[in-house]
Write a protein that binds this ligand. Structure first.
Ligand code: PLP
Length: 500
């Protein structure tokens, strides 16, 4: 019997053979030998992603080169430590891969130092926190004791140091104002490691109020002033954050996980570029940056030796295959094409926000300066974010509900929808498509009502969706998706025949 790859090559004239498709089939074929179920699910995921409009602000579509760099024997190697300081033998190729990624990151962002091992944004933030604690608390404490090695401390000295490390203050953006869980939210370890405080956006404007943040920072005097967000639609002035940090004696840390692609592509420069102003900057690599799932840390030289100890401090062995993919993605982000992409993200988000406003939707802060916008659907449609999210998915749109500043519906139901354009911009969509997306979003919201609750009253989760509107919205979404197919080289019907 012919293998899927043989079947494909047999039916395809040589000049029409797609190399990316060949490697996909070969990989799936390999997987299917051991576990056909997993091969089938990968094909189904392609089908699902192709048939839904991805408006999740934190997701994107990476290149075949990035995917290929991740799927190989590099995963087999242990390389604890960092280049030239490994706890394992035989790491010369991993050293070269990690060094290449580090150099790409430094060149792309103009950073003094880069560390590319963190497995995720949450891990990167933990490494950053502990590096800052090591630099600013542990190191001076050791110097005072005339020691260089933690293992030489007496039980009492160690307990005193641990108490000092656990008694530092963090000041970051409030979760409801768009901060991330790892920025000092009580459910996260960050609020358990630190005495954590938060600043919020202004109640009336929804914007960061730097004078108010400065006042708060001067009262709290945190060890770390943290800027960056998951759901804030406006420009951030990192020069101003630098001034505040200097004034209150804090280390300025920035989590640019969401907008790193805009920094990389020079859509954010000057005061909007956190790498220039921050002491330690973390970012995921899989959002606007369009790389593999993972993270990196950029920092000033003074923090380099501490950040480099992310393993063993927080992390285990680095993922060499993912570091290779990060290097590839960072190189891609240095291209002119990527710069165009970053500018286009900003333009698309602005078009989408303006059209939503024109159609009468409530866009928080009246617009956007980055890759995302927030809709207050509780106000316009009496829906929770959860209901809006369900209705959109039902009509072929994936996005996520989001808390809004001072949200009365709490973090589970929420009052908002977060809409991001990095994915649809990667697919090649532009102004007409943004307008079309705004019209579908409006259509779906207008056709959605909260269902009656089983316990009486109105449900916060269940909806009723007008059938005619559902089918109209689905057909509009389908037309958009067909005009901008995801991974067009991959022939889905053939994959389904081979692997489902
Ligand atoms: N930091 C910010 C600002 C984020 O938005 C996120 C994830 O959404 C993270 C950190 C965590 O990233 P990861 O999911 O890779 O741990």
């Amino acid at each position: 019997m012919l293998t899927p790859l043989q079947r494909y090559l047999e039916k395809t004239p040589p000049h029409r053979v797609e190399p990316s498709f060949v490697s996909y089939i070969a990989n799936l074929q390999q997987i299917a030998v051991t576990m056909p179920h997993i091969a089938a699910l990968i094909v189904k995921e392609l089908e699902s992603q192709r048939s839904h409009l991805k408006l999740i602000a934190s997701e994107n579509y990476c290149s075949y080169a990035v995917q290929a760099a991740m799927g190989n024997l590099l995963t087999d190697k242990y390389a604890e430590g960092h280049p030239q300081y490994r706890y394992y033998g035989g790491c010369e190729n991993i050293d070269a891969i990690e060094n290449a990624g580090v150099e790409e990151a430094k060149a792309l962002f103009g950073a003094e130092h880069a560390y590319i091992q963190p497995h995720s944004g949450a891990d990167a933030n933990l490494v950053a926190y502990w590096s800052i604690l090591a630099a600013k608390v542990e190191s001076p404490a050791l110097a005072e004791l005339g020691e260089t090695n933690l293992s030489n401390l007496t039980e009492t000295q160690w307990e005193e140091l641990r108490h000092k490390l656990g008694n530092q203050k963090l000041l970051g953006l409030d979760y409801y104002s768009g901060g991330h869980l790892t920025h000092g939210y009580r459910q996260n370890v960050s609020a358990r490691m630190f005495r954590s405080y938060s600043y919020a956006v202004d109640r009336t404007t929804g914007l960061l109020d730097y004078d108010a943040i400065e006042k708060q920072a001067m009262e709290i005097k945190p060890l770390i002033l943290l800027a960056g967000y998951s759901a804030y639609p406006r420009s951030v002035n990192f020069r101003r954050f630098r001034e505040i940090a200097d004034k209150c004696g804090a280390v300025l840390m920035v989590d640019m996980a969401h907008f790193a692609g805009l920094v990389a592509g020079k859509a954010f420069t000057g005061d909007e570029d956190p790498v220039q102003w921050g002491d330690v900057v973390t970012t995921t690599t899989h959002k606007t940056l369009r790389g593999p799932r993972g993270a990196i840390i950029l920092c000033k030289k003074a923090f380099a030796e501490f950040v480099n100890k992310g393993c063993p401090l927080v992390l285990g062995g680095p993922l060499a295959h993912v570091m290779a993919a990060k290097a590839v993605a960072l190189r891609e982000a240095r291209s002119d094409q990527y710069r165009q992409y970053a500018l286009k993200i900003r333009e698309n988000a602005r078009t989408l926000a303006a059209e939503c406003v024109r159609l009468g939707l409530h866009v928080q802060t009246g617009g956007t300066d980055n890759h995302l916008l927030l809709l207050n659907i509780a106000e316009t449609h009496g829906l929770t974010g959860r209901q809006g999210e369900t209705a959109m998915f039902d009509c072929g749109i994936t996005l996520n509900r989001n808390s809004l500043p001072f949200d009365r519906n709490g973090p589970w139901w929420t009052s908002g929808l977060r809409i991001g354009v990095p994915g649809v911009t990667t697919l090649g969509m532009g102004e007409p498509e943004m307008k079309e997306i705004a019209s579908v979003v409006k259509l779906v919201l207008d056709g959605t009502k909260p269902a009656d609750s089983e316990k009486g009253g109105i449900s916060k989760g269940r909806i009723t969706l007008d059938e005619k509107i559902r089918s109209q919205a689905r057909s509009q979404v389908q037309t958009l998706l067909e005009a901008f197919p995801l991974y067009p080289e991959l022939d889905l019907p053939s994959l389904k025949t081979y692997f489902l």
